[in-house]
Design a protein around this ligand. Structure first.
Ligand SMILES: NC(=O)c1ccc[n+]([C@@H]2O[C@H](COP(=O)([O-])OP(=O)(O)OC[C@H]3O[C@@H](n4cnc5c(N)ncnc54)[C@H](OP(=O)(O)O)[C@@H]3O)[C@@H](O)[C@H]2O)c1
Length: 350
């Protein structure tokens, strides 16, 4: 199969990771890197790691002409929240005009289409959705949960990076009553994107550690979506922290072991859920960011003491939390091997 990739927001951190991964993907025939701020410049200007690997210039707009009838087209949107939702109707009109509408797979890396409920969207993102009628029409792209729905899906909403780590920690707990679920998540500065901001500025961040958006983070709704989707009862309280790291998410999920379940049965749930999941590595003791950073892997570890349980998860926010997961979703959507273009270990030391 010939697959042509178009990336909107290609000059950002997620766009750069998509370019890096897709340039090594065996089924990608061509790439268009769309950036308004960098149009005409070589991709190596924004992504110095790609110099000598990808001889490509950013273009101001996507070109939807010139795709042969048997080709697949995949469009990744790696733009800030609200951008794709505002562009969706005109993009779909352009695909129809070019006669490619039935061959486009759209993967959105922002939060625009992860939530189905307009009220939850407004509460999470602070303003109303630009096209609420389309909420719920994208498959939620957590591959370890939604593999069957992803097959052939034309519209995919890639999960948030915190939401990915926390949901992978919770996924094996289907049907349980967890009571109060205390969740803390730690992120590196690349989670804020490539544009400079006060909270990601090196002097203010490099020797600091703080919580932010405590109990108000926009990924809470995604996490609750997994709870309700899997019949897990729990009152989830999420507190994110910003750490002096560049890459990485580390999530800690704590609850009381439900009645009738012991440590061995809990361990068995994780083994069974992830026995066929290529990108989940179950570890003894604590997961580590060193070893998963640079890869599409998520490490998960369990600690149990009496009835107290802590599930720990670590991943690279730009890969398993973003661009790598999007490529994994592309592979599943188009029936390619799940590991295509993604099977490499992380960096150690990280
Ligand atoms: N960073 C992470 O760890 C992470 C993880 C999961 C999901 N996400 C989500 O993925 C999306 C991209 O994140 P990112 O970290 O790659 O962001 P980024 O580094 O800031 O890049 C975003 C890109 O979008 C383009 N853009 C289009 N409209 C824009 C606007 N109105 N304001 C600013 N930029 C605009 C910009 O490119 P041009 O102006 O050149 O076109 C920019 O390069 C976001 O929705 C983010 O929430 C991020």
């Amino acid at each position: 199969m010939k697959i042509h990739a178009v990336i909107l927001g290609a000059a950002g951190y997620g766009g750069g990771e998509l370019l890096r991964l897709l340039s090594g993907h065996p089924d990608i025939a061509s790439i268009q890197a769309v950036s308004r701020s960098h149009a005409g410049q070589a991709v190596g200007k924004a992504h110095p790691n790609l110099q000598g690997f990808l001889e490509l210039a950013f273009q101001a707009e996507a070109d939807w002409t010139g795709f042969a009838g048997s080709d697949s087209i995949v469009m990744f949107s790696a733009q800030p929240h609200f951008e794709l939702a505002s562009q969706l109707r005109s993009l779909e009109a352009a695909w129809s005009a070019a006669g490619i509408a039935d061959r486009v797979t759209l993967l959105d890396l922002s939060g625009d289409f992860r939530l189905a409920d307009p009220g939850v969207f407004t509460a999470s993102y602070g303003r109303a959705h630009p096209c609420p009628d389309r909420l719920g029409s994208f498959v939620y792209g957590l591959p370890e949960w939604k593999a069957a729905e992803l097959k052939g899906a034309p519209r995919i909403a890639n999960p948030g990076c915190f939401a990915t780590a926390v949901q992978l920690a919770l996924l094996p707990l289907r049907g349980l009553d967890l009571g109060f679920v205390a969740v803390s998540g730690v992120t590196g500065s690349s989670g804020s994107g490539a544009l400079p901001s006060e909270t990601a500025h090196h002097p203010t961040r490099a020797h600091d550690f703080r919580a932010y958006k405590a109990l108000e983070h926009q990924h809470q709704g995604e996490m609750e979506g997994l709870l309700s989707g899997l019949g897990i009862r729990g009152d989830l309280a999420f507190v994110p922290h910003s750490a002096p790291l560049v890459r990485g998410i580390f999530a800690t999920v704590q609850f009381q072991l439900p009645e009738g379940l012991d440590e061995a049965a809990l361990q068995q749930r994780y083994q069974a859920t992830y026995s066929e999941a290529p990108f989940i590595r179950l570890v003894e003791g604590s997961p580590r960011l060193a070893g998963v950073v640079g890869s599409n892997l998520c490490e998960i570890g369990l600690a149990v003491n009496g009835r107290r349980v802590a599930i720990l998860a670590a991943l690279d926010n730009l890969i398993k939390g973003m661009a790598g997961q999007a490529v994994q979703n592309l592979n599943l959507a188009l029936g390619l091997p799940e590991k295509a273009g993604l099977w490499s270990p992380g960096l150690y030391p990280g």
